[in-house]
Design a protein around this ligand. Structure first.
Ligand SMILES: C[S@@+](CC[C@H](N)C(=O)[O-])C[C@H]1O[C@@H](n2cnc3c(N)ncnc32)[C@H](O)[C@@H]1O
Length: 313
């Protein structure tokens, strides 16, 4: 398998990749106004959310061109509050490259938002992508049992992010069996008792998944008729994994692996235009897929290279 790391602004690097050349894209762009990665061309520090969304739409428009017609985009994104600004540009000395406080509340530049409002970035982005021609197929909730601590006392702490599944065309490659999940033990019992019996999917020999529930007479189902798997649901519980390599926004390898298993066949190519520490490449390699990673920051490219190898361009 091969890996390529391109040290460049995502938009310009994508413009030079051939059309219809990758099977799926798994990525996490910089979130709006949360981290300063310290480079002029970085995305995420725009004056308004609209400007931020526009830049991402330009990048993902190129991603759409580079994707095969049956390709998918798995896009991890989280929201931003118009903070009170009281943190005064605070930088945690233990985590200088981590989240920076908002010196001035974003409310002063986000139209329609007051101090403390949630902006709604994920859905702004999802709707803009849909308007740009993407098929918006799923809003997967990535739920974490070990979220980043928050000091708020007047709202629940956040413990999830979104992963939007978007497709280039109406029908696309999606390997549901590769990510199927076990049925609950009580489900098999219920089926055997004739209540809400699962339809036995015979479409792929040797591998099946429960799908549509149909009533059947009690006793007509045996263990052999019942597949232990069901279609994967849209809440994924995956904890964050500490990554000591100097990048503070890495997503867990299991998250990337799940998207790759469903979105790209073995031997295919996975793209990540915001490669960071290279988690998507690591997952692709473990699963025998090729990868192309694009990252603006030279230090992060070196980190990714040390973590997974790969040829740097
Ligand atoms: C949320 S992080 C991605 C983390 C990655 N998923 C991982 O597991 O390490 C976003 C990355 O986008 C990079 N970035 C910001 N602006 C960029 C641009 N214009 N082109 C390419 N990369 C950019 C940042 O340097 C950062 O590493």
């Amino acid at each position: 398998m091969s890996g390529t790391i391109i040290n460049r602004d995502a938009l310009y690097a994508l413009r030079e990749l051939p059309a219809e050349s990758v099977h799926c894209c798994v990525t996490s762009p910089p979130y709006y106004a949360l981290r300063d990665y310290g480079l002029d061309a970085q995305i995420g520090q725009e004056k308004t959310p609209e400007e931020y969304i526009r830049r991402l739409i330009d990048v993902f428009h190129e991603v759409k061109r580079v994707l095969r017609s049956d390709g998918t985009l798995w896009l991890n994104i989280a929201d931003t509050y118009c903070g009170t600004g009281s943190k005064g540009g605070y930088t945690d000395p233990k985590n200088p490259k981590g989240r920076n406080g908002q010196a001035v509340s974003l409310a002063y530049r986000v139209e329609g938002c007051k101090q403390k409002d949630l902006i709604g970035i994920p859905w702004m982005l999802a709707f803009a992508l849909r308007a740009d021609g993407w098929y918006l197929r799923s809003d997967i909730i990535w739920q974490k049992n070990n979220p980043m601590p928050e000091s708020c006392k007047d709202r629940p702490s956040r413990c999830y992010e979104h992963i939007f599944l978007l497709a280039k065309e109406k029908s696309y490659y999606y390997d549901g069996l590769a990510i199927a999940e076990p049925i609950a033990p009580t489900t098999a019992k219920r089926y055997k008792a004739g209540r809400g019996v699962g339809k036995y999917g015979k479409d792929i020999p040797g591998q099946t998944m429960q799908n549509i529930n149909r009533p059947r007479a009690a006793g007509t189902f045996t263990d052999a008729d019942i597949s232990p798997f069901r279609n994967k649901r849209d809440v994924w519980q995956i904890n964050t994994v500490p990554y000591k390599g100097g990048h503070f926004a890495a997503f867990p390898p299991k998250l990337a692996e799940t998207c790759i298993l469903a979105g790209c066949l073995e031997g295919g190519t996975v793209l990540d235009p915001f490669f960071g520490s290279g988690t998507t490449g690591l997952a692709a390699e473990r699963l025998n897929r090729n990868y192309i990673g694009i990252e603006l920051n030279t230090e992060y490219c070196a980190l990714a290279r040390a973590r997974i190898g790969g040829e740097t361009h």
